[in-house]
Design a protein. Structure first.
Ligand code: 0GY
Length: 302
């Protein structure tokens, strides 16, 4: 089957630079995706966008080029609850990838067991309205209790403006909970203002809640301007990510978000994204926690 990309869709950056920042041995890219390829793993009929292809081979080549040791591959919404492309990537990773799946309430125990054997260690609940249709919270809670038995965790994706309404649900989840992209703060607002501090409060009061300090290219208002020969880009996102790394160093993760779905203005050079890391994790101890210890504990504890 062939698919027409969503008009204006930006393809991933084909020749990323070699990072100047040397990743520590054992580093994990803890948030990335595979898309199709569509002829092998068709995109879901309920998808809100049709991406370019981004195969497991291309992901593994990027991993090696950037200097990562492993990947955590997160089910992208364009594949709905069909985890075939994810499972195929995990099975071909030689133990170097773990996964976060999307499942529906009707998923069987045998299917959960199959996903576990392939390397899945979590499920993703998505609340970003432009990406998914609404799923009733009681269904999600039922899934949460079933996957708890497998010692999996839950990845949640939402916009910062929706946190007040979702707070009670998130804070009642029975597993470890990992928030995508710092809960998508508006980085034009002050770091000590009510929006970001509500997120900080959730992490402070709930020690089961972790955060990915990811996606400066998605959250930045300034954009990549400083990429032109400057030291680093996305400077407006740095204080937010650094705050979380400094305050919750044992509950933060970092990932590229390759192949960067739904970027409208520019596509980042993944090598330069890696060069952003030492600006948010400013000591080798913090870098080791962020890139090695935390993801290894969460995804490779067995
Ligand atoms: C991300 C962010 C986005 C998309 C998805 O699964 C997805 O479709 O996660 C987005 O559009 O903000 O984490 O890759």
């Amino acid at each position: 089957m062939t698919f027409e990309k969503t008009p204006g869709w930006l393809d991933w950056f084909a020749n990323p630079s070699k990072p100047r920042f040397h990743l520590p041995s054992g580093a994990v890219d803890a948030h990335c995706h595979v898309f199709g390829p569509g002829h092998q793993f068709p995109f879901a009929s309920e998808r809100k966008y049709t991406p370019c292809d981004a195969s497991k081979e291309q992901l593994f080549a990027l991993r090696d080029h950037l200097g990562f040791d492993k990947n955590v591959i997160v089910q992208a919404t364009c594949h709905g609850a069909d985890n075939s492309a994810l499972v195929d990537a995990l099975m071909h990773s030689q133990g170097k990838a773990r996964g976060v799946a999307t499942v529906k309430r009707a998923v069987s125990d045998a299917e959960l067991e199959r996903l576990h054997l392939a390397g899945v260690r979590g499920v993703r609940f998505n609340f970003v309205k432009r990406l998914v249709d609404f799923t009733p919270k009681e269904e999600l809670l039922e899934i949460a209790h079933r996957i708890k038995a497998l010692n999996w965790h839950i990845v949640i994706y939402f916009e910062a403006v929706d946190l007040p309404e979702l707070w009670d649900f998130f804070t009642a989840l029975p597993t470890k909970v990992v928030v995508d992209h710092m809960g998508r703060p508006d980085v034009g607002l002050p770091i000590d203002g009510p929006q970001f501090q509500l997120f900080v409060k959730m992490m402070r009061e709930h020690e089961n809640i972790w955060s990915k300090v990811t996606c400066p290219e998605r959250l930045s208002i300034n954009g990549p301007k400083a990429l032109q020969g400057e030291q680093h880009a996305y400077t407006d996102v740095i204080p937010f990510a650094k705050y979380l790394v400094d305050h919750f160093s044992d509950r933060v993760l970092w990932g590229t978000d390759w192949p960067h779905p739904n970027l409208k203005d520019h596509m980042p050079d993944d090598g330069l994204l890696v060069d952003w890391i030492p600006h948010i994790a400013t000591t080798s101890a913090l870098q080791h926690a962020l890139l090695v210890d935390n993801p290894t504990r969460l995804y490779w504890s067995d």
